[in-house]
Design a protein around this ligand. Structure first.
Ligand SMILES: [Zn+2]
Length: 340
């Protein structure tokens, strides 16, 4: 199906890190008789949605769960651990980032049958926003009249792109983000080399440990951030040459475009915070000595113009405007945002 298909393993509801509240609520739901037939897990990338979906699936399929957690020894549990459970269907976006309607239809048909080896048949649709309206509509009838032994688990980072008719028919669980203390202690134990940037990483990722792991595993990330700050500093304090150099760089690094735009946004937001004296809200705390002098060039109005220019860049890119034009326009806008 997709190389994102996760490794099956023994995942337990009570063993999940973070999201204690949702884990508690779900454990309660799974221990009663009123196990929901359709669950939507909402959270940022890297918050553990897929892991949680599997934990729920395993608990729902287990023949003799213990306090809402799978027993690990029944036939269903063994099959899940071995990755051979025919009662569990995992669907994720294909290489084009889509979930085709025919795959959805096949999974729903299979769900109508009685399970042979497990308490329930479960279908997981990871990143379910990759379903188009047609595929989402295919789900509606099942959501309205779910088979007694069927369960649907959807995950998404973008709940606003789902049909309201889908949203209204599922039990929704939003994964709590880790607190700053949790993130800092996580970084101290898992990525001690990044301890000085722990505050930035918490703000930048919203405490999503999966994202933090990816960033810390990428040796170029902090260098990218340094380079981004250099370009930003040059643009807001120097002028047209800086805009041109930035545009060239952004086009060259377009596979890192999301990070670059996100970083620029944090610089503007930090300048705003510094302006009003909310020093503890500054994301790039380790850059504070470099950002503060820029207040001479960037006031609140220019911060807002700068962030609007970044939004406009995103809009143009989605509209498939030529990349060089987009990069050039953003460079000019950020330099002009210096205000002349
Ligand atoms: Zn079991």
């Amino acid at each position: 199906m997709s190389d994102r298909t996760p490794q099956w393993g023994k995942v337990r509801l009570d063993g999940l890190r973070g999201g204690e509240q949702i884990t508690r609520n779900l454990t309660m739901a799974m221990t009663g008789d009123k196990i929901p037939h359709a669950i939507l897990i909402v959270g940022s990338p890297g918050t553990g949605k897929t892991t949680l979906a599997h934990a729920i699936a395993n608990a729902a399929m287990c023949s003799s769960p213990v306090r809402g957690s799978p027993c690990g020894v029944c036939t269903a549990c063994k099959m899940i651990i071995q990755g051979t459970a025919p009662e569990l269907t995992y669907i994720a976006p294909d290489d084009k980032g889509l979930i085709p309607v025919n795959i959805v239809r096949r999974a729903i048909e299979a769900m109508q049958l009685k399970p042979a080896y497990a308490a329930r048949k479960v279908v997981i649709v990871d990143d379910c926003d990759a379903m188009n309206a047609q595929a989402q509509n295919a789900f509606l009838k099942t959501l309205e009249e779910p088979p007694a032994t069927g369960m649907l688990i959807l995950t998404t980072s973008h709940p606003d792109t789902l049909l309201p008719t889908v949203i209204s028919r599922v039990s929704r669980f939003d994964i709590d983000r880790a607190s700053e203390e949790e993130t800092i202690s996580y970084i101290a134990s898992e990525h001690p080399a990044y301890y000085a940037q722990a505050h930035f990483l918490h703000t930048y990722t919203g405490g999503a440990t999966g994202q933090i792991d990816r960033i810390c595993a990428d040796p170029g990330f902090m260098e990218l951030r340094d380079t981004c700050l250099s370009h930003f500093t040059a643009m807001v304090s120097d002028g047209p040459d800086a805009a041109f150099l930035f545009a060239e760089w952004l086009e060259r690094e377009q596979d890192k475009e999301d990070h670059i735009l996100h970083m620029l946004m944090t610089f503007y937001s930090d300048l705003l915070m510094l302006q009003v004296g909310f020093v503890d809200r500054v994301a790039n705390r380790d850059y504070q000595a470099k950002l503060s002098p820029l207040l001479e060039f960037v006031d609140a109005d220019k911060c807002l113009k700068g962030t609007a220019a970044i939004d406009e860049y995103r809009r143009r890119r989605r509209a498939m405007v030529n990349i060089s034009l987009c990069c050039g326009a953003l460079g000019v806008a950020l330099t002009v945002a210096k205000g002349t």
